[in-house]
Design a protein around this ligand. Structure first.
Ligand SMILES: Cc1cc2nc3c(=O)[nH]c(=O)nc-3n(C[C@H](O)[C@H](O)[C@H](O)COP(=O)(O)OP(=O)(O)OC[C@H]3O[C@@H](n4cnc5c(N)ncnc54)[C@H](O)[C@@H]3O)c2cc1C
Length: 324
């Protein structure tokens, strides 16, 4: 980002977007379920694959970093915010089409919207994702999963953009999904759309399963506080929440962030927490669990923007981000 300047990026964006479509100095706390994060220089919300390409070209022309964001439900954005451009894939890029048992959705469609459309069409198989508060692009990128099911179990194809801005059509196998991982994450591909294949079911059964999973989430998870869901990946052979609890870290607090007292697997923002507060809780929990049980907890939450001025998270707290 050698010569990056806001003025150059603004000018490049104005060649593609109307002035009213370019948000400047937007607080990222408004776009993340943690409700944390400093400002981004610019944010746009493209309406088509072509506009996504044009936004990236504008960023590259201005020598600016850029970031792709869905619902912001699995990210911790630094207090210093993000320099450059956030490409927000949301409502304006969220068309959903049903063709028999197949549903194709643009990346910004939410899991909830897809699950509801599946229900309307008596299609079973996406109930597990109905309560995952992200976009389908984020679900493909993360291989989101819940209640013993994962995104890879229903996906047939993923359409992506590679770093040369070519469109790639990946089959399920080519997406190389693993536990909360994918080829898209490893190679920094941008998910444009996804097709999933469901099966015919009884509408009442589908509705009942969605309602049951919703109840289970509401009774177990601290949904009353902002968070990014499970903070840590499940270590092989253990449950992160139980390890954290057994290490005596339930309720452990740094500033406005703490380990939830309702579910120790969640770090929550319960009092105007900063990203730094969350990182400190994460580091303390990692330290306590490793010291007592010899298990290294790896964050599932992706940390972005920490190179712009905040104290970086501890070395074993990987800095992620869809930065190109
Ligand atoms: C209360 C709560 C409960 C949760 N429960 C679950 C759960 O049960 N199971 C589960 O797996 N997760 C869960 N999560 C985490 C989160 O919802 C998922 O990881 C979700 O898939 C993230 O989607 P998103 O659109 O919010 O992605 P974001 O948070 O916006 O982004 C996450 C990562 O994906 C990248 N990304 C997003 N969209 C694209 C795209 N189109 N192309 C390329 N990269 C992209 C971003 O750059 C970023 O690196 C929960 C979160 C919360 C807050």
């Amino acid at each position: 980002m050698g010569d990056y300047s806001k003025a150059t990026l603004r000018k490049a964006l104005l060649e593609v977007f109307e002035e009213s479509e370019i948000l400047e100095d937007e607080p990222m706390s408004l776009y993340t379920t943690f409700e944390i994060g400093g400002m981004t220089d610019f944010m746009v919300e493209p309406t088509s694959a072509r506009q996504i390409v044009q936004a990236i070209e504008a960023a590259r022309k201005a020598d600016s970093p850029y970031w792709v964001l869905g619902c912001g439900s699995n990210v911790l954005v630094s207090d210093a915010g993000l320099r450059g451009l956030v490409i927000h894939l949301g409502e304006r890029f969220s068309a959903i089409e049903v063709d028999g048992v197949r549903i194709t959705a643009q990346a910004g469609a939410t899991n909830k919207a897809i699950a509801n459309i599946a229900l309307e069409n008596s299609l079973a198989g996406y109930e597990f994702a109905s309560g995952i508060p992200g976009s389908v692009g984020g679900a493909a990128f993360m291989n989101a999963g819940a209640y013993e099911e994962e995104f890879k179990g229903v996906a047939t194809n993923v359409t992506c953009l590679d770093s040369s801005l070519n469109v790639l059509e990946l089959t399920n196998e080519e997406a190389q999904w693993g536990y909360r991982s994918s080829r898209m994450a490893r190679e920094g591909l941008i998910v444009l759309s996804v097709s999933i294949e469901l099966h015919k079911g009884k509408q009442t059964d589908i509705a009942a399963k969605m309602a049951d999973l919703k109840d289970r989430r509401e009774s177990k998870q601290p949904l009353e506080h902002p968070s990014a869901g499970s903070t840590f990946k499940r270590p092989v052979g253990y449950f992160a929440g139980k390890l954290i609890d057994d290490a005596g870290m339930r309720g452990h607090r740094c500033g406005g962030a703490c380990v939830s007292t309702k579910h120790a697997g969640f770090v929550v923002n319960d009092l105007n927490a900063t990203a730094r507060d969350v990182c400190r809780v994460i580091e303390d929990v990692q330290g306590a669990v490793e010291e007592q049980f010899g298990v290294k907890l790896e964050p599932e939450v992706r940390m972005i923007g920490f190179e712009f001025g905040d104290e970086p998270p501890a070395h074993d707290c990987k800095v992620h981000g869809h930065r190109h």
